[in-house]
Write a protein that binds this ligand. Structure first.
Ligand SMILES: NC(=O)c1ccc[n+]([C@@H]2O[C@H](COP(=O)([O-])OP(=O)(O)OC[C@H]3O[C@@H](n4cnc5c(N)ncnc54)[C@H](OP(=O)(O)O)[C@@H]3O)[C@@H](O)[C@H]2O)c1
Length: 258
């Protein structure tokens, strides 16, 4: 087992965040999670609420955009993970029932607020904390041609900020494509489609046909949520890991030391 740590997961109650919390707990680490609802809500269709380890997470209710709601909890943490973001500015998660509670009144989510400003706010607060030397940011690969380009451009703005401050805090930036797991059943079908397209693109004449079209960037494999979560935890534990991690890097790091 690696040295005991305390980590702060922003969005630990979310789809990926819950797997990150589980993975950290399985290493014997102490885990704090920040989200606006605190613990996962009853309509959050994920698994940690039925999992004994969920009692071990300290669920903090606060807002990443408001440092006064969370900064006192950063003391003693050695790493912060940012796992907050939206892919659409409408409330699509409610529509497809993938774990989003609208009962609390929040400001309308924009790419700038949700993907960029929450991360910049957390990063600024974290830089003031002695001993907090690693920040993990869940970015994304630019694989969905139909999405608003601000989904990716706001992520890239955060990446630039974290890399510019790398002397103050080690940045680990993950750029996966689709993350699938049975916790979101729709992602299993989507991943199957993505992986078939990826195989055809790389191993058939389809690749030549589509090479110069917007669809080319969709030729990127989906990745399992637990692999991403383990990659985050392994990266925190390995001070040599730094900078941008693409899907092959995430696969390699997530499948190492199991
Ligand atoms: N899912 C994918 O396939 C995929 C692929 C590539 C990249 N990513 C990236 O991975 C990250 C996590 O995605 P996900 O699908 O796990 O998202 P998710 O299920 O929507 O989880 C988001 C989490 O962030 C919390 N949150 C939202 N706004 C907040 C705020 N202002 N302050 C504090 N907490 C806040 C949410 O809880 P509350 O609502 O209670 O605040 C929730 O815990 C995102 O950055 C996403 O872009 C995801």
């Amino acid at each position: 087992m690696s040295a005991a740590r305390r980590i702060f997961v922003v969005g630990g109650s979310g789809y990926l965040g819950q797997a990150v919390c589980s993975s950290a707990l399985s290493k014997g680490w102490e885990v704090l999670s920040l989200s606006r609802h605190g613990a996962p809500t009853k309509d959050t269709v994920h698994d940690i609420s039925n999992n004994p380890v969920s009692n071990s997470v300290k669920w903090i209710r606060g807002d990443a955009l408001k440092p006064e709601t969370f900064e006192q909890h950063l003391a003693g943490c050695s790493a912060v993970v940012h796992s907050v973001g939206i892919i659409l500015e409408t409330n699509y998660k409610k529509l497809v029932n993938i774990g989003y509670n609208t009962s609390a009144s929040h400001e309308a989510a924009t790419f700038e607020r949700a993907n960029r400003d929450t991360a910049l706010s957390v990063a600024r607060a974290a830089r003031n904390i002695q001993g907090l030397n690693t920040i993990v940011y869940m970015s994304a690969a630019d694989v969905m041609p139909i999405l608003n380009p601000r989904y990716i451009s706001t992520k890239r703005e955060v990446e630039d900020d974290l890399l510019a401050h790398k002397d103050q805090m080690r940045p680990v930036v993950l750029r996966p494509g689709l993350i699938y797991s049975s916790a979101r059943p729709l992602t299993l079908a989507a991943a199957a489609g993505v992986n078939v397209f990826n195989a055809l693109y790389h191993r058939s004449p389809l690749g030549c046909v589509l090479k110069h079209t917007p669809l080319a960037k969709a030729a990127s494999p989906a990745i399992h949520r637990d692999v991403v979560a383990r990659a985050i935890i392994n990266a925190i534990d390995d001070s040599q890991v730094s900078g941008i991690l693409t899907t092959p890097d995430i696969e390699r790091i997530g499948n190492a030391h199991n």
